[in-house]
Write a protein that binds this ligand. Structure first.
Ligand code: AMP
Length: 400
């Protein structure tokens, strides 16, 4: 179901309470290490301010667990935001209360007010109704542009939205939904999913849901080893989620075998004596992993097999690194797959990358702008593709 957006409601002269995702990484000194998330919200903020709305922004930053933590104040973000947009930006060191209400009420059209970190309040993650009502007093309509937290039913993402007649998606949210729901609804085929990362536990729901929707799933990273174990292969001391072995076995059976099989696992991998960059390592065929060794990356033959599937695809979704890519000796698989995905994008393939570590790998290689869409919300994009409803999206007005 499509959601209404900022374009669909009258906003001139109104006060928009807007949830954004300003959860930026900070340096040790408390500076902003990467302002991508602030930039990603600019389109919605600028649109609303230009139309003559006053914009009251709320966001979380880090995990202060319901108490004030000066190191996680959004003040530093307010400064940066002020540098990035031409509208006046104010900041207030609270989210609720008389002072905040006064300040919000006094905003002129086109002015922007950023509230303090919503997670300084216990009521935020508890989706507390009283806290939500206090937030709601600040605006007369609501917009959610924080796709990255849309899978959480928190006061500023879900609770507060119920209290407005007009509750619409921002433009970042709109684009994320369009792309990710499009993958589930009508992908151009063949549709290939590339999955990796550490544990199978976090991705098994995704494998399950995608099996019914994609043509192929190629699996690398730590999660491959639970699948190997499920089909009876020795994996040494590689990462295995014992409790998921039966489910992996079931999924492997469902995926079939032979040329038409849906799940492709690595045919070779790099193994190391420890999960450490500077220890002996070598490439072995899957099935020949020595007892004491650990699988740390996919091997060259696997890269070729995966590449063959990728160059045939018309749609690709990628989540999770192919190995322990933080260690240079085991980053090769992830880097090469990232490069293939960037190359096929140039050939017209729709490529969507979701999730922190695959995005980090793309950034390292300066390839983030060489894919069709990079999702800003790791957890949210996975839950959506698992077929789950996102509370922060469900609550928004349906369009038409
Ligand atoms: P995730 O958050 O589930 O996408 O996992 C990302 C993490 O998976 C990264 O920190 C990688 O180092 C890790 N990872 C990838 N491959 C392996 C592997 N073979 N063994 C252990 N960890 C891995």
């Amino acid at each position: 179901m499509r959601k209404k957006t900022l374009r669909d409601i009258e906003i001139a002269g109104r006060k928009i309470l807007m949830r954004v995702d300003f959860n930026v990484p900070l340096t040790k000194d408390g500076d902003i290490a990467d302002d991508t998330r602030i930039r990603a919200a600019l389109e919605s903020i600028d649109f609303a301010a230009k139309k003559g709305a006053s914009v009251i922004l709320m966001s979380h930053l880090g995990r202060p667990k319901g108490a004030v933590d000066p190191a996680l104040s959004l003040k530093v973000v307010a400064y940066r935001l002020g540098e990035l947009i031409s509208h006046p930006v104010r900041f207030i060191e609270a989210c609720i209360g008389e002072e905040v209400e006064k300040k919000a009420a006094s905003l002129a059209p086109g002015e922007v007010l950023l509230l303090e970190n919503v997670r300084f309040y216990e009521g935020e993650t508890k989706n507390d109704q009283v806290f939500a009502r206090q937030l709601a007093r600040l605006g007369d309509c609501f917009s959610n542009d924080a796709f990255g937290t849309a899978h959480r039913a928190h006061a500023s993402t879900e609770g507060v939205a119920h209290l407005f007649d007009d509750r619409v998606a921002g433009f970042l949210m709109e684009r994320e939904l369009e792309v990710l729901e499009g993958l589930l609804a009508e992908p151009e085929r063949p549709f290939v999913a590339v999955l990796g990362g550490a544990k199978v536990s976090g991705k098994i729901g995704l494998v399950k849901n995608l099996l019914d929707r994609v043509d192929r799933i190629v699996i690398g990273g730590g999660m491959a080893y639970t699948f190997f174990k499920a089909v009876g292969l020795e994996v040494g001391r590689s990462l295995v989620d014992e409790e998921y072995i039966p489910l992996c076995r079931e999924l492997m059976e469902k995926a079939g075998s032979g040329k038409e099989r849906q799940i492709f696992l690595p045919v070779d991998c790099i193994v190391a004596s420890e999960a450490d960059n500077d220890v002996p390592h070598k490439t072995v065929s899957t099935g020949d992993i020595p007892e004491d060794w650990i699988g740390v990356d996919i091997g060259e033959k696997t890269i070729e097999v995966f590449k063959e599937e990728l160059v045939r695809a018309r749609t690709v979704f990628w989540n999770g690194p192919m190995g322990i890519f933080e260690m240079p000796n085991y980053a090769g698989g992830t880097r090469k797959i990232a490069k293939v995905i960037a190359d096929i994008t140039e050939e017209g393939v729709m490529t969507v990358v979701g999730g922190g570590d695959s995005v980090a790998a793309l950034n390292q290689l300066h390839l983030a702008d060489k894919v069709t869409h990079v999702s800003t919300g790791g957890g949210a994009s996975l839950e959506l593709l698992e077929g789950k409803k996102l509370p922060g999206v469900e609550v928004l007005n349906d369009s038409g």
